[in-house]
Design a protein around this ligand. Structure first.
Ligand code: ADP
Ligand code: MG
Length: 291
């Protein structure tokens, strides 16, 4: 079992912006979802965990080793797919993986080619191994990104917004692949899409403005909203009234009819009971955070 422990982590950039504020979290093997809107601080957190930048204060321990002071330890055990990965030289998939494997310190030739073959098959790119990576589609590039992250048998895999730019089918395939490998390692998936976390992640954290808003198992977070989510179809002109008088967590056009979904401890008159979803957990947490 691997454990990542983040304790009281804060990060302030040189311009004074506080991107992470008193962040504490423990993550074990399995797939962990870090969900938050653009600017929440997800990439700042990932880059700090992998040792690309130093926190202003706080500690990060991986398997009881302090990895802020010892970035080599995390680098040895890490597979990282950064948000802006995607610019590739004119080199074949096989050659590029070989190059990265050497950089990762896999010195033995047989060991390198065994791992590369295994990973290219695992991400479904074996038939394209001699094709130049820069000609790959978005989904193929992301799968290549996973293959390079898995080289060297890492114990912790961090993928930052991997599904941005993928079509739904590619996203599905990509998420299934991550899920497959997450049984024996920690996989941290950062995303702004509730869809990516739903069904996939056994644990999750919702963050915004550098802070944790909610943490737990998706099912448990959803059940905290049982009998507290209500909806109603309204006229467009009425929206202001509902926003002023109710805790509106989302509004939606369904067949040209406007629906509002609200949070309330009791059923307001003329509202219908609605089964809570992870989307409601997310938007409710954000709405509370914006007050
Ligand atoms: N190098 C930097 N210097 C100053 N501010 C930054 C830097 N990188 C990110 N930020 C700011 O920190 C906040 C969090 O950014 P980021 O971690 O990229 O969020 P996310 O990945 O969740 O979209 C944003 O307000 C962003 O503008
Ligand atoms: Mg980001």
């Amino acid at each position: 079992m691997n454990t990542l422990k983040i304790n009281n982590l804060s990060l302030t950039y040189k311009n004074g912006h506080q991107a992470i504020q008193n962040f504490s979290l423990e993550i074990n093997n399995g797939m962990f979802g870090l969900l938050g809107p653009n600017g929440a601080g997800k990439s700042s957190l990932m880059k700090t965990i992998v040792g690309l930048q130093k926190p202003s204060s706080g500690s990060i321990m991986f398997n009881d080793v302090d990895i802020v002071g010892n970035t080599n330890y995390i680098k040895k055990n890490l597979g990282f797919l950064p948000q802006d990965f995607g610019v590739y030289p004119k080199v074949s998939a096989n050659d590029l993986l070989n190059h990265i494997a050497i950089l990762k310190g896999i010195k033995n030739n047989d060991e390198r080619s065994t791992q590369i073959q295994y990973l290219l098959q695992k991400v479904n790119l074996w038939d394209f191994k001699d094709k130049e990576v820069h000609t790959f589609s978005g989904g193929m590039k992301q799968r290549f990104g996973v293959a390079q992250a898995l080289l060297g048998k890492p114990k912790i895999i961090i993928v930052d917004e991997p599904t941005a730019g993928l079509d739904p089918e590619e996203r599905n395939r990509f998420n299934t692949l991550l899920n497959d490998i997450s049984t024996e390692v920690i996989v941290i998936l950062s995303t702004h899409l509730v869809e990516d976390v739903k069904n996939l992640c056994s644990e999750m954290t919702i963050m915004n403005k550098g802070k944790i808003l909610k943490s737990g198992r998706p099912k448990e977070l959803i059940s905290t909203l049982d009998n507290k989510i209500w909806s109603k179809s309204i006229k467009k002109e009425e929206l202001k009234f509902y926003q002023t008088n109710f805790n509106v967590i989302s509004q939606q056009l369904i067949e040209r009819q406007l629906h509002v979904t609200i949070f309330s401890m009791e059923r307001p008159k003329n509202f219908e009971a609605t089964t809570p979803l992870l989307e409601h957990v997310y938007f409710y947490a954000l709405s509370q955070n914006n007050e």
